[in-house]
Design a protein around this ligand. Structure first.
Ligand code: PMP
Length: 355
């Protein structure tokens, strides 16, 4: 008999670790298909040569740089070991056992897990029939126990986004002592001008914080840097529960170097967005249902066919991410890799939807 863990640990679902068999085309983790820019790799190497020293505690240089870019005071920015770590820190800082975290479902699967790890409850509100956040239902679902509400915009895994008016109406309905977290991990891929920039809301309201990441648009998923923008009270709460030195020196240097090359980053994101539209139109033409996406991935609500579709694609070399019997999420990758996936999807549709 080993040492017993806390009683509720076994009931908390494990984070699903995507498969990476050698040689497979990886369209299952919303990563960038391109490696970091050469200048970023050089900055990482330079920082690694100082690896005997601890990194800056609060990533001060990166905070200063981001604050200048966003035109907010430095006290408004916290850095984390990926934005996933900031999700956890926010819940830890704001929720005690018995409190509630509210989010849409499906949305990013880490939110309910982190709620339970913190001893809080998670409450989920189904997406609307268009696979979008049902913000009116979410506002209705806020209870006296609710401390944190996540709005993932664009939403993972559906790619759908909410517009400016509906997000503003929603935020206005949320009590001032409930924290609204706008998770904008995929913000840089947004092309619809009606999708709001969460920073504008965070500037106006003390109870709104924004999460962003270098993992997707900047192609630094393996290097681990994300940031939180919010009022100084939110930022100091997030920093208080941080694991000391969790953001390594090479990670801080990589993010700063990536910001020096924002034009290339933007160009890459526009190319991904254009490719997203090409892939979506081919899928629609093949008869598949695919909601419009503002992210670097597409959602196929295949229901009970999700498993057979994912296996069909995997057998043809392209790995996609299946979410139970709800659907499949496919990352927009390199054009030739997307074509492998598209041929599989078209073959699947043409063979009469094998189950
Ligand atoms: N938020 C959302 C919505 C995500 O999809 C992800 C990554 N899958 C994250 C946060 C976390 O990303 P990272 O920790 O790499 O910044």
């Amino acid at each position: 008999m080993g040492v017993p863990t806390r009683a509720d640990l076994a009931g908390i679902p494990d984070y699903i670790i995507p498969g990476r068999p050698p040689g497979a085309i990886l369209l299952n983790s919303n990563e960038s298909s391109l490696p970091p820019l050469p200048a970023v790799v050089e900055a990482v190497a330079r920082a690694a040569s100082q690896g005997n020293r601890y990194p800056q505690w609060f990533s001060e240089d990166l905070v200063a740089r981001l604050a200048a870019e966003m035109e907010v005071p430095e006290s408004w920015v916290a850095i984390g070991c990926g934005s996933v770590s900031l999700c956890q820190q926010l819940i830890q800082a704001y929720c005690a056992p018995g409190d509630e975290v509210l989010c849409a479902w499906r949305s990013f699967e880490a939110y309910p897990v982190f709620a339970r790890v913190a001893g809080a409850q998670s409450r989920t509100v189904p997406l609307d029939p268009g696979h979008r956040h049902d913000l009116a239902a979410m506002a209705d679902a806020v209870s006296p126990a609710t401390r944190v509400v996540f709005v993932c915009n664009p939403n993972n895994p559906t790619g759908t986004a909410v517009g400016t008016r509906e997000l503003r109406d929603f935020v206005e309905r949320i009590p001032g002592d409930v924290l609204v977290v706008l998770d904008e991990a995929y913000r840089e891929f947004v092309t619809d001008p009606d999708v709001p920039d969460g920073l504008l809301l965070a500037r106006e309201r003390e109870n709104v914080a924004v999460l962003r990441t270098f993992s997707k648009a900047y192609g630094l998923a393996g290097i681990r840097v994300g940031y939180c923008v919010g009022s100084p009270a939110v930022v100091s709460a997030v920093n208080k529960v941080a694991v000391p030195f969790a953001v390594s020196g090479p990670a801080q240097a990589a993010a700063t170097a990536a910001l020096d090359h924002i034009a290339e980053v933007t160009e890459r994101c526009l190319a991904v967005a254009a490719e997203r539209e090409r892939v979506r139109h081919r899928l629609l033409k093949a008869g598949l249902s695919v909601p419009a996406s503002q992210a670097n991935f597409l959602w196929l609500p295949l229901g009970g066919r999700s498993e057979s579709f994912a296996e069909f694609c995997a057998d043809r070399g392209a790995l996609v991410r299946r979410f139970g019997d709800e659907g499949v999420r496919v990352t927009v990758g390199a054009r030739e890799h997307n074509d492998v996936f598209l041929r599989a999807a078209e073959e699947y549709a043409a063979t009469g939807w094998p189950t």
